[in-house]
Design a protein around this ligand. Structure first.
Ligand SMILES: [Zn+2]
Length: 132
């Protein structure tokens, strides 16, 4: 499924600079941002937080069949990254050498072109991760 343009614009803060939020009451961090703290409910007070983008690979998989727009990228690796501030997020690794990708490897956020819709279409940018 190709993502709608309204959704692309709405998610730019998350995609461009890992903008999530955290609860001032209990300290729990959320990415993507939440409207209500899961732990504190109405007592929670959520504030915007830009994550540093450093984390570790929790698990990963190799993708051979890509969704629309990513066909030229295959095969590529998708990983669940545990950010140092707490939340786990799904992201593509720029690394393609399976010898270098390990559970527990340190990674960091990088800003990259994600896909484009045709030759004259919208170019989408977002985050990927590289092993450090
Ligand atoms: Zn809370």
């Amino acid at each position: 499924m190709v993502e709608g343009i309204a959704s692309i614009w709405r998610n730019i803060p998350q995609r461009y600079r890992l903008e999530g939020n955290y609860c001032e009451n209990c300290g729990t961090a959320y990415f993507p941002p939440r409207v209500v703290c899961v732990k504190c409910r109405r007592q929670g007070k959520l504030k915007t937080k830009i994550f540093c983008g450093k984390g570790k690979i929790e698990t990963y998989t190799k993708v051979y069949t890509a969704p629309t727009g990513l066909e030229l990228e295959v095969p590529y690796y998708l990983a669940i990254i545990n950010l140092s501030e707490g939340p786990s997020i799904l992201g593509q690794l720029v690394e393609t050498d399976s010898e270098k990708i390990k559970i527990g490897s340190n990674v960091e956020f990088i800003f990259r072109k994600m896909r484009e819709d045709g030759e004259e279409g919208l170019i989408q940018y977002g985050y990927k991760f590289k092993i450090v």
